[in-house]
Design a protein around this ligand. Structure first.
Ligand code: KIV
Ligand code: ZN
Length: 509
């Protein structure tokens, strides 16, 4: 019998609402990697950014719109012609573009932020949808702070924008104030009272200030919402947005209850989560549902016993179903390319040709230095190699003398993109300071080191060290990541990667 389940659309806003949250900014190359992973995952709509907010954002939406073909690509705009024009420019080459216009409808936003009367808001909503419809057939209208708005006013605005040509109307809980029963009831009310809703789709967009974003989104889906807005790992403004992986798995695991599904390939969830965590530098809490490190870990003896007898005793979904892979098998220096490619594909990475050759070469190098190469090591290799920013500077070698009695002294040699070598020698207050000071001298910039974090990728004694740095210069901030079995080398690589990010971005300015 044909599956008659209602398909709920996944509107991913990791690259817009997610990226706009503190500490989650991504460079263009990172955004493209995330967009490609979301496309593979089966996100129906990818909100790639807010084109009017900066030339960099416009450029990244433009590039994503050119590359992504299987998902619709959306650009956010205020209800202003200049914002809609920027979205038009950014989306001109998209296979399936969507203009997403938002305007607040709550009394507090209209009075204090917009300084507009409800009638003016209604009129602006309609004229901006009509303006966008002149060049784009897919227009979404969001009533910002809808949950704290007068429900009848929201219905009036939604009815008017649908008549003006909007095909999706979004009902956000912008400040994460709702509770599930209320939010579900409100979604039902909107569906019942909005004229023309049968020609459009009701979307919901929930924030997590009270930890209820996923529960509220699911309540609205039960009430008939046909689109849900969410982000990978739930990143987003303040406490974040509804988490994509939790929504997808709630609908999949409890399809008996929701009678609705998405077209998401759940085995791509874990790789997407890892990628977003790596490119933002924001770690996923270990007990995070679906994608946390402990989501499938069984510590208590009684649980282990049960799981060995039958995983269903304590697991309502398998790690494989979310792409977290089986128990890690040992990959080492004797493993071949076939074994590596099989493992990578189990982890959700489909790599072929030169890219597979490149990862294999890096894997062999690592396996020479490290007894066992674990999945997390492979993830680090892949995200390091795939789609990295253009490297203006490459580390050639470094040497540091340090002891407890004399200041550290570094020698660092970098190769620039034309193949020229530059060397600098610098003293410093410790190895890292000496190395970073030498690099500052080499690149001729006085860069400030804002944060520096060092962690072991795996827990074994010969673990690779992962360094993440944030540097700033002239008001901008860039992040870099480096991985090596030598922690000083990983720190230097991270610093150079951050400089490369800064240089790559300056080309778009
Ligand atoms: O939270 C919100 O209301 C938004 C809108 C722009 C959809 O992010
Ligand atoms: Zn939001």
């Amino acid at each position: 019998m044909a599956d008659t389940k209602r398909m709920v659309r996944i509107f991913d806003t990791t690259l817009r609402d997610g990226e706009q949250s503190p500490g989650c900014s991504m460079n263009i190359a990172d955004k493209i990697k995330v967009a490609q992973q979301l496309e593979l995952l089966g996100a129906d709509i990818i909100e790639a950014g807010y084109p009017a907010s900066s030339p960099g954002d416009l450029e990244s939406v433009r590039m994503i719109a050119e590359i992504v073909k299987q998902s619709c690509v959306a650009g956010l705009c205020r209800a202003l012609e200049k914002d809609i024009d920027a979205a038009r420019e950014a989306l001109q080459n998209a296979a399936s573009p969507r203009v997403h216009i938002f305007l607040a409808t709550s009394p507090v936003h209209m009075k204090y932020k917009l300084k507009m009367k409800p009638e003016q808001v209604l009129e602006r909503a309609v004229t901006s949808v009509m303006y966008a419809r002149k060049f784009c057939s897919d227009v979404e209208f969001s009533a910002e702070d809808a949950f704290r708005s007068d429900p009848d006013f929201v219905c009036k605005v939604f009815s008017a924008v649908i008549a003006a040509g909007a095909s999706t109307v979004n009902f956000p809980d912008t400040v994460g104030y709702a509770t599930p029963a209320e939010f579900g009831a409100r979604a039902r009310y909107i569906i019942e009272r909005t004229e023309g809703i049968e020609r459009a789709r009701l979307s919901v967009h929930c924030h997590n200030d009270l930890g209820l974003a996923v529960a509220n989104s699911l309540a609205a889906i039960e009430a008939g919402a046909g689109q849900v807005e969410c982000t990978v790992n739930g990143i987003g403004e303040r406490a974040g947005n509804a988490s994509l992986e939790e929504i997808v798995m709630a609908l999949r695991v409890r399809k008996d209850y929701f009678d609705a599904d998405t077209r998401a390939d759940s085995t791509r969830l874990y790789p997407a989560s890892k990628l977003v965590s790596q490119v933002t530098g924001v770690k996923v809490q270990p007990n995070k549902a679906v994608v946390g490190e402990n989501a499938f870990a069984h510590e208590a003896g009684i649980h282990q016993h049960g799981v060995m007898a039958n995983p269903e005793t304590y697991e309502i979904m398998t790690p494989e179903s979310v792409g977290a892979g089986k128990k890690e098998l040992v990959l080492g220096k004797h493993s071949g390319k076939h074994a590596l490619s099989k493992r990578l594909s189990e982890m959700g990475y489909k790599l072929e040709g030169v890219m597979l050759d490149e990862i294999f070469a890096r894997f062999k190098k690592l396996a020479d230095r490290k007894k066992t190469v674990l999945n997390r090591d492979l993830e680090a290799l892949v995200t390091d190699a795939v789609g990295a920013v253009p490297e203006k500077w490459k580390l050639d070698y470094w040497l540091i003398n340090a002891s407890s009695s004399v200041p550290a002294m570094s020698a660092v040699c970098l190769k620039n993109e034309d193949g020229g070598m530059r060397k600098a020698f610098c003293p410093g207050n410790g190895c890292i300071d000496a190395a970073f000071s030498a690099i500052n001298e080499l690149v001729g910039k006085d860069l400030a080191l804002d944060t520096f974090e060092l962690s072991a990728i795996t827990g074994d004694a010969d673990a690779q060290g992962e360094a993440t740095v944030k540097i700033s210069h002239n008001g901008g901030q860039w992040r870099g990541r480096g991985v090596s079995t030598n922690i000083i080398e990983s720190a230097i690589q991270a610093y150079v990667a951050a400089i490369n990010s800064m240089e790559a971005e300056s080309r778009f300015r």
